[in-house]
Each structure stands twice: as C-alpha cells, then as structure tokens.
Write a protein that binds this ligand. Structure first.
Ligand code: DOR
Ligand code: ZN
Length: 346
C-alpha cells in the first residue's frame, strides 16, 4: 500500500477567489497547495476589460503572497470586443476567456445570451490560440436542473466544437456521464476539469437527513451513475481530464438562507479530497498526471518546478475559515480526510 506520495507541484485549473476581504481570507488556502490557478472572472461588475483584470491580478498576488501565479481570465459578454480580447492576451494579462450563459450561475447576469453574439470574439481567440472555458449548462427554465448539462452538449457544445475546430475548449466542472463521454470522444482541442466534490458526492448527499446548503453548487451533483463515470474519466490517465476545484466561497449566512448561493468551498482540503478518490480507485499512480501534468500540457505551459508530498494520516478537515463578510464553511469540515498535505519537498 502506498502511504506516501510525492508529485510535481500541482495547479488548480478553476477557482473563484472573489475580491476584497473574502479574497484576502481565501487566496492563501489555494496558494498553499497550488503553484498556479485559473481565476474565474465572475465578479460584480464582471472582469471583462484589460485594465480591470490586470488590477484584479495585482490584488490576488498581494493576497496570496509570493510563489503563487494567478492565471487570469476574461468574462465574455455579448458585446465584448475581439480587439480587447486580443490585447489582453498579447499583453499577458489573461490566458483564457470564460463563457457563462447569462443567468446560469452566480454573478452570470452579464453572461452571453446567444453564441452568435460572441462569434467574432471566438474567431479571434481561435486565431491567436487563446482558450475558451465553458460553464456548460442551458438556462432554459423548462429544462430540469439535473438535465441542463446534458442538454447543453446537444444544443451548444457540439456546435461550438464543430464551428471552431481549432479553438481549445475546456468544458468546466463536468458532472455527467454524457459530458465525460463527449469529452473523451471529442478532438484533442477539447478537455475538461473535474471537481473533488463531483467525484465524491451524488445528489442524495444534498438531501441527506435534511437540506445541506453547503453541498449545493452549480452544476448540481447528479445521480450516482454520473459520479462513477466522472471517477472513471479522472483516473483514466487521459490527458483530457485535469484538476479544477471550482472552490467557490460564500459567507455562511448567504448559504444558510431561504435562497442560498451555489458554491462549495474546498480550497483548504482540495488535494486531500482528490487523492482520497484516486486511492479508493486504486489509481494513485495516475494522480500526478491529473493534478500536475495534463493541465499545463493542455494550456501549453511548462510544468511546475518542485514537488509536494501527501501522506496517509488521520487528519480532520477544518470546519470554517474566518473571512471579512462572515465565516465560510469548508467542504468536508470536521470529517476525517485520511490523507495529509505535507507541503513542498525540500
Ligand atoms: O456553484 C457554483 N458557484 N457554480 C458556479 O458556476 C459559480 C460559483 C460561484 O461563483 O459561486
Ligand atoms: Zn466555477
């Protein structure tokens, strides 16, 4: 039995770091485990301009401390200018753009209402090699919430992949068997991130003994057959699947509310939560690929220098992290993790 794992330093290919006092409270947790992170732009107002994103990156560097590199993204809006997108990419301000279908999730009111409206931006991104990150859910209220990802593949994703054959697309935080199969069968330009929580919970967990607001996120966790398919994809060794926590902090009073926010805060225990899944699947030898190698390869970035260690150990996850707007409840808070993040190997 492997009790000690040393892997190249990993990156998180999907995080929400927020801003202000919340940013200051959560950024060190991501920076403790990861060298780089793809930072989501769903702020209020959305981070859509070169100036706004450059300033946001500076605030993140300050909050996270030395040794952490935020990889920034631009929030796609209906009217976004292809020239602005190209300028941000050329100046090294951002590496990708995020497509939120309007009203699909937290702070997505300024998202895209129709792909046709961003076609010039996508053409430009395809030409310059900038990546497209997709929140893959339809917003049609007539579609059941548990079907919104699968329907998005049919209505939008298939056409995106066909119409922009050279555009590199990340299908973010996939939650279904359909998405895992679609990405597996797709071209090399198509990849996906998978969260630790979607590898561990199914939709029953959200209602276990009562409603569990801290397990509510979007896309929502699905039936157990989908979790099984995601686990299979994650441990398959395929370079199309890589780590993206979707850590999404919200102050406790905004989660435990009549209309609670979507998002699971997993940054303090992200690697422990993932490695546990690989351990359960008998795939610890594939963990480094998923956590540290496949993401950089897809983004065309070098892998990190340095290594980190994880050990089998009895460790309890922290319950909460104090933040300016209120405490944030941690994923797996108070539970036994079975693994400990040991930090950098010197
Ligand atoms: O659960 C989620 N929370 N899903 C998202 O897509 C956004 C995120 C957030 O920003 O809170
Ligand atoms: Zn997200």
């Amino acid at each position: 039995m492997t009790d000690h794992l040393v892997i190249r330093r990993p990156d998180d290919w999907h995080v929400h770091l927020r801003d202000g006092a919340m940013l200051e409270a959560v950024a060190p947790h991501t920076a403790r485990q990861f060298a780089r992170a793809i930072v989501m732009p769903n702020l209020v107002p959305p981070a859509s301009s070169v100036d706004a994103v450059r300033a946001y990156a500076a605030r993140i560097r300050k909050a996270a401390g030395p040794g952490f590199e935020p990889l920034m993204t631009c929030y796609l809006t209906d009217g976004i200018s292809p020239d602005e997108i190209e300028r941000g990419y050329a100046e090294g301000v951002w590496v990708a753009a995020k497509l939120y279908p309007a009203h699909a999730t937290t702070n997505s009111a300024h998202g895209v209402t129709d792909i046709a409206k961003i076609a010039p931006a996508l053409e430009r991104m395809q030409r310059i090699g900038m990546k497209l990150l997709v929140h893959g859910e339809v917003t049609d209220k007539a579609v059941d919430i548990f079907d919104r990802e699968a329907v998005f593949i049919e209505r939008t994703m298939k056409r995106l992949v066909k119409d922009f054959p050279a555009l590199k697309i990340v299908f973010e935080h996939i939650t279904t068997k359909e998405a895992a199969e679609f990405v597996t069968a797709g071209p090399a330009t198509l990849a996906a991130t998978i969260t630790p929580h979607h590898l561990a919970i199914d939709r029953n967990a959200i209602f276990e003994g009562g409603i569990r607001p801290h397990l509510y996120c979007l896309p929502i966790a699905k039936r157990s057959i989908h979790r099984t398919a995601l686990r299979k994809a994650a441990v398959s060794g395929s370079p199309k699947f890589f780590l993206g926590t979707d850590t999404a902090p919200h102050a406790v009073h905004t989660k435990e509310a009549a209309c609670g926010c979507a998002g699971i805060f997993n940054a303090p225990v992200a690697l422990e939560a993932y490695v546990r899944v690989f351990d359960e699947e008998g795939a610890l030898d594939r963990f480094e690929g998923f956590a540290s190698l496949h993401g950089p390869a897809f983004y065309g970035l070098p892998v990190n220098e340095g290594r980190i260690a994880l050990s089998r150990a009895s460790v309890k996850a922290p319950e909460r992290v104090a933040a300016g707007p209120g405490d944030v409840v941690c994923y797996l808070g108070g539970q036994e993790l079975g693994w400990r993040f040991e930090g950098p190997v010197v």
